[in-house]
Every structure is written in C-alpha cells, then in structure tokens.
Design a binder for this molecule. Structure first.
Ligand code: ARG
Length: 461
C-alpha cells in the first residue's frame, strides 16, 4: 500500500492536514477493501440509475462502466494500488476511476454519500456470506447424515448431568446436531430477509434532491426492496448484529459437538477416534494425539461471541444518523465470517473421519444401569403406579451396585424381592436392544425411528 500525500476528497474545508497517526487511525482501506467488488457492483447500479433518470449523460455512464471494468480486473489480478491517503475502499476506487476516465468519474457520486454507499456494500457482502454459510452448513449436515446412517443401530449411553441415563443410538445422537444445524440455517435465512434491503438513496442521511429511482437500483442489485427511512438506512447495523447472533448460535452448536468429540476421544472414554489429519502431537510427550481441531472450534466460539458483544456495544450509544463509530463494524463481521466458513468447511470433512468404537460404547452401557427406567416402565405396565415402580427399581439398583453387577445380572428371584410383579419377560426389557426398540415414536431413539428420521432429513436437504 502506498502512502503518497495527495488532496483528500474533502480537503477544501481544512487548513491543515491530519497527522500520519490520525490518518492511519481513521482509515479503513486496510480492511474494507475486502468489499471492493461489492462496492463496484453498487456503483454500477447507481450510475445506471443516474443515466436512466437523465442525471448523468449516457456517455458518462459508458465511461464509468469501462473504467470500473478495468478496476475490477486490476483488483482481481492484485494490481490495484490501495492508498492510505484515500481513507477507504470507496474513495480509493472513485479516485482510480477518475484517474482512468476523468470527469465522468467525478460525476459518479452525484446523489449518493459514502454513508449509504457503505451500508449497501456491507449488505451485499453479508448476503453473499450468508449464502456461502448456508451451503457449508448443508455440507456439514450431509456428513452428519451419512455417519448417522451407518450407526442407526449402534448403542451408546445417553447422558444427563454427564451420568449414564438411558441407551440411545449413535445415529440418534448425531441427528440432534443435524437438527441444530437445520435451525441455524433457518435463522440465517430469516436474517437474510432483513439484510436484503437497499440503503442507497438515503444519501448522507436525509435523502437527495435528484430525481432518483431507488426501486430500479434495488432490482439491479437483487434486493427485495428499499430501506424505508433514510436516517435508519444509513445508521443502523442491526442486520449485522443479527448475523453475529446467528453466527454465535452456529458456533455454540459446533462447540457443543466439539466438547463431546474431545470427551469421546479421551482414552478414559474412548468412544471414537479422530482421523490424524485433525489432530496434532505434543512437542514433549511422544504418546500424545490431541484433538486440536475441536478444541480450537470450541475456543473460536468465544471469539465470535466477543464480536457480537462488540457490535451491540458499538451501536447502543449512537444518536441518529451515521457516525464514524460504524466503521468499526467491519472487522468483527469479516472475522466472524472467516471463522464460521473455516470451521464449517473443516467439520464437513472431520465428521466422515470419525472412527466409531462400538465396543467401547457398549461396554460403557454396562455401567450405570441404563435400563433402570425400562424396568420401572415395565412395572407400570404391570399395574404399579410410576412413583412406586421408581422406588422399587431404585432399591434394586442399590443392590446391584453393592454386588457390582448390572440389573440384568440379578436373578428372577432377586428382582422379585423388589416387586412381585416381575415375571420371566423382564429380561427382554433389561437389554439395551429392547430399551432402544421400545422408544418407537417420532423423535425417539428406536433404530426404526432413526432410519425414518434420516429419510425425512435427506428429503429436506
Ligand atoms: N469508511 C466509512 C465506514 O466504513 C465509510 C463511510 C464514511 N462516511 C463518513 N461520513 N465519513 O463507515
């Protein structure tokens, strides 16, 4: 980036230049150049509208279109020279346009302000980002479905309070994360509706005196409509805050999954192994294989939450309309998008690389009396009120615990000591397979239900 001194776009008003430090402090071109292509798109739509409305000449539009095409090429090839003196992406591009095409370039900013321009650019950029994230969430979901499909019948202990609760299938467990991702996508789509409105035409804050056609610009840029109020259009960033809230929930869900992966991969649990390409070793302990990727995903979640808090705080004290504070909206947005995009890309690849260890899951199910609820339900079906059944089974569990065995290892006579209602058929209920198959309703963990849920999910995807 060159740092040549040159007249500022607004220099006429001032008697002394800003210091280099202030220049650097107030400039955003280092980071907002990331929206360069959106800026060009917005400018072209604006210029076409100006020409259609007779505000600029057809020849000016042709010159602007030609110049912008050239600039786009320079940016794409990495040849564009970004200049700190021109503050931001908008002024850099406008200046280069004027250098290329002369007065036509100076006419582009007619009826427009950087305030509505930047709000437009962010919305265009965020819309593209939301669409990219939707595709990545979909790939992640497809990976979850594939793995779930091979584990419709694989039992593992379901936990509450991190204590063994009841048997579930691993497929069912994975589908829980599929559901979270479905809601994450729906939330992003809903947010997209509010992103997809055109601020251009609001100009600095009050609208403009030229006979503009905002609807035309909105159509050109694929917006669903225009922002209704000019003051609101240039100043609020609630759509960006909403995106960060949606992103925070995506990361929350990925973080919960990560926490489980880390736990499952611990040798103490040993339910899964992660492919080597997602793990790293220790520089001192030769035996280590650490689940770095899920740990980092869990850690990066905090960073996205921080951006959400940052933007909320950025907004809360701002009077109408535009304030320079808003320039601080971009880096948190960009970093959040990068974090989500990388995380989701990695997870779509990480999920197929999960090596499941069904023996370890089955062994864990032998501890913790996972079928105790099934025994209570069995007694209820024989006529005992649930609270009494709960008490009888609790006493049986205590006996089994003292003897260091599972409920299914108690003899019929021993079980009958806790309730005379127990019969020969009790042992079918105490098996893991029986417990799973019994939860046979929509949303339940029965393998048949998990298969049906996967079929529905595939159709929806
Ligand atoms: N770089 C500025 C931003 O990101 C563009 C808008 C500047 N507007 C102004 N009145 N200084 O918000």
């Amino acid at each position: 980036m060159s740092d040549q001194t040159d007249a500022k776009a607004w220099s006429g008003r001032f008697s002394e230049p800003v210091s280099d430090l202030v220049k650097r402090y107030t400039a955003s071109v280092f980071f907002d150049r990331r929206m360069a292509l959106q800026d060009i798109r917005g400018s072209l739509a604006h210029a076409r509208m100006l020409a259609r409305q007779g505000i600029i000449a057809a020849a000016d539009l042709a010159a602007i279109e030609g110049g912008m095409e050239k600039i786009r090429g320079e940016i794409e090839r990495g040849e564009f020279v970004w200049n700190l003196d021109d503050e931001d992406v908008h002024l850099n591009i406008e200046k280069r346009l004027t250098a290329l095409v002369g007065d036509a370039g100076k006419r582009l900013h007619t009826g427009r302000s950087r305030n509505d321009q930047v709000a437009t650019d962010i919305r265009l950029w965020l819309r593209d980002t939301v669409d990219a994230i939707d595709g990545l969430l979909r790939n992640y979901q497809a990976a979850l479905l594939d793995l779930a499909e091979t584990h419709c019948d694989t039992p593992l202990p379901g936990f509450t309070h991190l204590q063994v609760a009841q048997p579930v299938t691993f497929g069912h467990h994975l589908l829980a994360y599929f559901e979270m991702a479905s809601r994450d996508r729906a939330r992003m789509q809903d947010c997209r509706r509010r992103i997809n409105r055109l601020p251009l035409g609001a100009a600095a804050l009050a609208g403009t005196t030229y006979p503009i056609d905002r609807e035309f610009v909105a159509r050109e840029l694929g917006f669903d409509g225009v922002c209704e109020n000019s003051l609101d259009a240039v100043s609020d960033r609630d759509f960006a805050i909403e995106f960060l809230a949606c992103a925070s929930l995506v990361m929350t869900h990925v973080s919960r999954f990560s926490e489980e992966l880390i736990l499952w991969m611990s040798p103490r649990v040993g339910f899964i192994d992660l492919a080597d390409r997602f793990c790293t070793g220790s520089s001192i302990m030769p035996q280590k294989k650490n689940p770095d990727v899920p740990e980092l995903a869990r850690g990066k979640t905090g960073r996205v939450f921080g951006h959400l808090m940052g933007l909320l705080t950025l907004m809360k004290g701002q009077p109408l309309a535009y304030n320079k504070d808003n320039q601080e909206d971009k880096e948190p947005l960009f970093d959040t998008a990068d974090t989500l995009i990388d995380t989701l890309r990695i997870f779509a690849d990480l999920v197929p690389g999960i090596r499941v260890k069904p023996e370890a899951m089955a062994a864990a199910l032998k501890q913790g009396f996972a079928t105790a609820t099934d025994l209570a339900d069995y007694l209820v079906k024989k006529g005992l009120p649930f609270r009494d059944a709960h008490e009888a089974v609790a006493r049986a569990v205590r006996a089994a615990e003292t003897r260091g065995c599972d409920l299914a290892d108690l003899t019929l006579a021993e079980l009958q000591a806790y309730s005379p209602l127990v019969g020969e058929d009790v042992f079918a209920v105490l098996t893991v397979a029986g417990s799973l198959a019994a939860r046979d309703h929509i949303g339940g963990t029965a393998p048949a239900q998990v298969r049906a849920a996967i079929a529905r999910a595939r159709a929806a995807l």
